[in-house]
Design a protein around this ligand. Structure first.
Ligand SMILES: Cc1cc2nc3c(=O)[nH]c(=O)nc-3n(C[C@H](O)[C@H](O)[C@H](O)COP(=O)(O)OP(=O)(O)OC[C@H]3O[C@@H](n4cnc5c(N)ncnc54)[C@H](O)[C@@H]3O)c2cc1C
Length: 396
């Protein structure tokens, strides 16, 4: 898609590009380029830099603290953020819970939570999955028992991304065992830093700490932390998942990764005078991936353009989720091929300054290859997305 034919959009792109080149924190860009994990203060700093411009909650309407951009501006903004190598915005606040709060929350809840999400000063985590409830999410058992003006929370959430950087968590809780299992679920928000909450690290296959197990023991939260009606949490959770699954597209990032791979492959010799880019198998995999990015872009825009005001992409978001995540896995696989034997180097948290050439990109490349395996699991596994497409999109 060529958004640059419109001079207004071209001007907008230049404004965003110049912001990332001149005003965005350089230390954050350098750390991301080295494949290192950001600390909590660095995550806040990165997000507050966007928040200060009013650009963090890029898809929100103006009245709730967003920039009020159309699809085109949001798209250009994401492309430029990814092109600049800035860290992906933590989605749990701005993409996931924020729209739930302004769509289903009370005015008091909007005043309490939206400003901190939009300015990047408050981090959120998503408490859906449990040790015995992943794909079959509706069977969750994390309990919320009403006691006067409070709920008492007990249970465990697992695989909670970014809980180590979060101040708040939104939880799917069970408030009734009586009803059909989807009907007994309630959407409740809780602060993480309070007695009875324990956040335990889980180190993932890429060697990083971004996942946690969150245990709640007799944690009391006010009833006013409940979003919407008791027993209606499933409805809000599905609205949220539509936004979540669409957010995986990350077209700009995929394009810059592919350009990077093409550049690297044009340098790397594979024996004799041949460069990796001249290897027919590699070159066709690379070209196929580039074509798939175009297909993903068009499909993403079709889904986004079909969303009505205040709505979220429905079951069609499952198509995007599969396309985007399988493509991310393929692209990171190309990095590993380019890394060749350098991929055997221990992948750590960051690139060591003495590593040059192939070994400099191999370590973060292998870590991101391993990390990308999880993309077809989180947000609902790709098998579950295929079930959704079969049943709810194709009506089979
Ligand atoms: C890196 C990462 C980050 C995550 N972040 C979060 C987070 O922030 N918050 C959160 O709440 N959760 C998070 N998750 C959890 C994630 O949503 C679950 O792992 C996922 O929904 C799968 O659940 P499960 O792990 O219990 O696997 P299971 O549900 O036990 O599935 C095991 C296997 O069986 C298959 N399967 C199960 N049921 C069916 C079926 N009906 N038809 C076909 N195949 C089926 C699955 O596809 C899978 O291959 C994260 C997970 C990962 C890996």
């Amino acid at each position: 898609m060529n958004l640059d034919v419109d001079p207004k959009l071209q001007e907008f792109r230049e404004e965003v590009r110049s912001f990332f080149a001149k005003d965005y924190p350089k230390d954050i860009l350098a750390k991301v380029a080295a494949g290192a994990s950001l600390t909590t203060p660095e995550v806040r700093k990165a997000e507050m830099a966007l928040g200060a411009k009013g650009w963090l909650a890029s898809a929100w309407p103006k009245e709730h603290g967003g920039p009020g951009w159309g699809i085109e501006e949001q798209y250009i903004f994401d492309e430029e953020l990814e092109r600049a190598g800035a860290p992906t915005v933590t989605p749990m606040g701005v993409v996931y819970v924020g729209p739930v709060v302004y769509t289903f929350g009370t005015e008091e809840q909007q005043a309490q939570w939206l400003p901190g999400i939009a300015d990047g000063s408050v981090g959120w985590a998503q408490g859906y999955s449990e040790p015995e409830a992943g794909s079959d999410l509706a069977s969750l058992q994390f309990s919320a028992v009403r006691d006067g003006d409070e709920y008492v929370l007990n249970g465990t959430k697992i695989w909670t991304s970014a809980a180590n950087h979060a101040d708040w968590i939104f939880l799917l809780t069970r408030t009734s065992q009586e009803a059909k299992k989807q009907m007994g679920i309630t959407f409740i928000c809780a602060e993480l830093d309070q007695p009875g909450v324990t956040v335990k690290p889980i180190i993932s296959i890429d060697g990083k700490y971004h996942l946690s197990q969150c245990d709640f023991e007799d944690v009391r939260v006010p009833v006013t932390n409940r979003i919407g009606e008791e027993g209606k949490g499933w409805t809000y959770s599905q609205y949220l998942l539509g936004n979540e699954r669409t957010s995986y597209a990350r077209i700009g990032g995929k394009r810059s990764q592919l350009a990077n791979i093409r550049a690297i492959a044009s340098e790397i010799p594979t024996g004799g005078n041949q460069r990796l880019i001249e290897d027919i198998t590699f070159a066709s995999r690379l070209s196929a991936a580039e074509i798939k990015v175009d297909a993903l872009e068009i499909t993403t825009l079709r889904v986004l353009c079909s969303v009505k005001d205040g709505g979220s992409p429905g079951n069609e978001a499952s198509i995007l989720k599969i396309m985007a995540t399988e493509l991310a896995q393929e692209i990171t696989g190309l990095f590993v091929v380019a890394a060749a034997e350098h991929g055997m180097r221990k992948f750590g948290d960051s690139v060591s300054p003495e590593w040059t050439g192939q070994s400099a990109f191999a370590a973060p490349g292998v870590a991101s290859y391993l990390g990308a395996r999880a993309q077809s699991i989180y947000g609902g596994t790709n098998e579950i997305q295929r079930n959704i497409i079969a049943k709810r999109v194709l009506g089979l």
